[in-house]
Structure formats: structure tokens, C-alpha cells
Design a protein around this ligand. Sequence first.
Ligand code: 13P
Ligand code: SF4
Length: 343
Amino acid sequence: MKTQLSEHYDLTPSLEKAEATRDIWQKMSRVVPFSDWAIYAPYVIAIQGLKKERNAYILAHNYMTPEIYHGIADFVGDSLQLAIKATEVEEEVIVQCGVHFMAETSKILNPAKTVLIPDAEAGCSLAESITAEGVAEMRAKYPGAPVVSYVNTTAEVKAASDICCTSSNAVQIVDAMEGDTVIMTPDQYLAQNVARESKKNVVYWPGSCIVHELYTAEDLQAYRELDPDVKIIAHPECTPDVVAASDFSGSTSGILDWVHTHKPAKAMLLTECSMAANISDELPEVEFAKPCNMCPYMKKITLEKVLWSLHSMEGAVEVDAALIDDARASVERMIALSKTLAG
Ligand code: 13P
Ligand code: SF4
């Protein structure tokens, strides 16, 4: 890939290009050495040029690395924000810097666009944990109960569900369902965290996120003993005992907003490592404590692969025509309900 790209673009590390894009580097200067920026800058410049040529728009998740998040993205956000933005993009091409289910969601919501995923192997342990048969199994076990599926699912599962949710609206969506029992798929921990706040009887599929399930309440206790002042913020894909022991829990954007608003002297973000890296320069007064965990799927997206996808136009996501309308209905119901509930 690199050799082929080098025939078309000058990708040699360049201090001159790094200087010319110093304003971008300054958004990540605490976490990316200027010498590394000299390696990234030629890619960023090439991608910015090609983006115009291809009439492309880059949607990036909050877990992208700083050089993607600050260097090339047109819009950054959590899953819900990315889905809503996908409905509004006017450019012909969307490059999804995130995982496959996010690209699929963009295609479902804006099917006339070419949606490129820079690495088709960028999966998700939650999306891989359930199929439409799994949804049918749950329906058979709990007849009449509505199915709320996390957006971290394939189009097939979305199509088999009544409505989707994300971590930022799950409690409200579940509470808005009819009946006493609500089926949530596929994240058992998100479901249990929702159940603590919801008035419904929440039953769930036993999937989990391989990144967030690694945090334990015992570790948290140990960190608090070491540093009683640290504020611990957990994504709701963490286990319920971890979320219960944290100071705040929210979606990736909810976490970023909380840290911006509260500006704690020391924060520990129990989520993907790039989250703290991306806001380090905006919040110099906050010290971000380790640990964090890497999502091996999100980290498959690199500047080189983004440049390749825009250059080759390979990696276009397609959704089965038999599924797309039903999948869209589940996501659109979520977006409409979220907007109504937000007032
Ligand atoms: P958010 O909707 O909070 O961005 O979460 C997406 C995700 O995959 C977290 O692991
Ligand atoms: Fe999936 Fe977890 Fe990675 Fe998010 S962090 S994309 S839920 S594996």
C-alpha cells in the first residue's frame, strides 16, 4: 500500500510540512511529538487535497487517534452524533473513520452516498456477538417484549429489532417502550447499567465489549486508595460494579463533555486510550491518569489506510437490499425518539 501510494503522493517525513501545519499539531502537542508530526503531516496534506478532489467528508469516532481526530476529520462524535451527521452529509463520499457497524449505519441512513471504511476488518466484539437468529431466540423467550438493539450491531440485527439505542440514549429509549419487559441486545453490561436507572424489567443478550470488560471494581478501589482525588469516569459498556463505583458514566461524548465542564485536577477515563489523548491539549489543567485500554478494531484505522481508501475508492460498504429498509426504520425510530425526548 505504502509503495503504491508513494508513486502518487510525496509521503517522505518532512519538517517543512510539519511547520506548515503547525496549527493542527498544536491541538495534540502534549501527546504527539513534533518529530512524529513530521511523519504524519505529509499524509494529512495528501488526504486534505484528495478529500476535495473526491468530494468526500470524513466522519470520525471519538476513539480515533489524535492525528485522525484533529488532522483530517470533518466531524467527530459519539455513535449517535455520527449517525445523525450521516443523514446530513451532502458530499458524494463519506469516509468512516471508526468501525464497520458505524460505516454500515451511515450507508443505511444515507444510501445514495458512497461510504468507505478504510479497513473492512475494523469490527466490534459486540456486533460480532449476535445475529438475527439470536434476536429471534430472545423474542421466543420473552413473547411480545420489544427489542432494543445497540447500534453496535450489524444491519441484519438492526433489521430484526424494533428500535436501536446508543450509550447516550439507552435509558430513555428503554423507558419509552411499551410493556413491562424490554429485551436489550447485545451488550449485557450496558443492559444491566440501564436496568439500574430504568423502570422496566430489562432482559438481555450476553455480549460484551472486549475493551471495557477489562476494568474491574477491585482495580478501581486500588486506584482510589492510591489517589483519593482522582475522578473516575466510566463508559456504560463497563461492568455494573465498575460503573457504580465511578464518579460519572456516559457515552464517549458525554465523557468528553463531563471532563470539559468539571475540569478535575486528575481524571481516569475507563474507556479507549485515544479519548484522553484527543483532549489533552484543550485541557492542560487536567492530568489524565492511566490506565486506559486500546480497541484493536478502532486502531485498525490509520492515516495510510484513509489515504488509500480515498485514492483507490476501495472499501465501499454495501447493505443487503432486503435488510436496508427495516434496518433504517430501527435507526430512524431511535433518532426521532432521541430528538423528541431531548425536547
Ligand atoms: P459511543 O456511542 O459512546 O461513542 O460508544 C461507541 C463505542 O463503540 C464505545 O465502545
Ligand atoms: Fe466495539 Fe468495544 Fe471497540 Fe467499541 S470499544 S468498537 S464496543 S470492541
